[in-house]
Design a protein around this ligand. Structure first.
Ligand SMILES: [Cu+2]
Length: 234
């Protein structure tokens, strides 16, 4: 959370220096983009539900790769490898919530600032368990009856996989961010990274099934700077 505080302080300093002037230099440029799948789209898979069908249903759509009709990839995480100093208007939150509903984590992919907290909820009228063995962050394995909220803090930047031992198909991801310039793609595969000074940036994309890719992007006066980032099916 330190970068959030530093960011707020930075914003205050910038406002003092620039007064009320709103110039592009002060607000920065936006990288606006779409993450799309290149190559043959895999058939959407169904996962059989073998227990607790009264809550979970009979089968689940595999959500490890969700595509729009235009092949935009949902739930990809996009960030800058070389972020500029200072804040952005849409920094990851210091705390957010993930629910478990009909035996799926929703949202499936969340970004939280390092040092931040996820409140895991359970709206299902059955037992789940929150299980994760991260590398940098402390492991957790907690039984979770309906209605109980379990708060987990993530001190270190890392991509953390969360599962449930009772329902093998359940998968959630917590991306712990070490700076403010992170975004998750929406249902169309779109994202925006805001408040960037002109410069050359390395944009990195992670998707749970497709892995990672990166691309150099030059941000000049063109606002927004539009990009299409292609990930390859595998
Ligand atoms: Cu479960």
């Amino acid at each position: 959370m330190t970068f959030l505080r530093a960011g707020l302080l930075g914003a205050a300093v910038v406002m003092l220096v620039t007064g009320l002037a709103t110039s592009r230099a002060a607000s920065g440029v936006t990288i606006k983009g779409t993450v799309v799948l290149k190559g043959t789209a895999p058939e959407p898979a169904k996962l059989a539900v073998t227990i607790d069908q009264y809550v979970c249903g009979k089968e689940k759509n595999a959500e490890d790769l969700i595509l729009s009709p235009q092949r935009g990839i949902r739930n990809a995480v996009v960030w800058l490898e070389n972020p500029p100093p200072g804040p952005t208007a849409e920094a990851p939150p210091p705390a957010t919530a993930v629910d478990q509903r009909e035996c799926m984590f929703t949202p499936r992919v969340v970004v939280v600032a390092a040092g931040g907290r996820i409140d895991f909820l359970n709206s299902d009228r059955l037992l789940h368990n929150l299980h994760s063995t991260p590398s940098a962050n402390p492991p957790f394995n907690r039984t979770q009856p309906k209605g109980r909220t379990i708060a987990i803090t993530f001190p270190h930047p890392e991509i953390v996989r969360v599962s449930c031992d009772l329902h093998s198909w359940m998968r959630g991801w917590v991306v712990v961010a070490d700076h403010p310039f992170y975004a998750v793609t929406d249902a169309d595969g779109q994202f925006a990274l805001k408040g960037l000074p002109p410069g050359r940036y390395t944009v990195r994309v992670w998707q749970e099934r497709l892995g990672t890719m990166s691309r150099e992007i030059t941000v000049g006066d063109q606002d927004p700077t539009l990009v299409t980032l292609e990930m390859t099916a595998r």
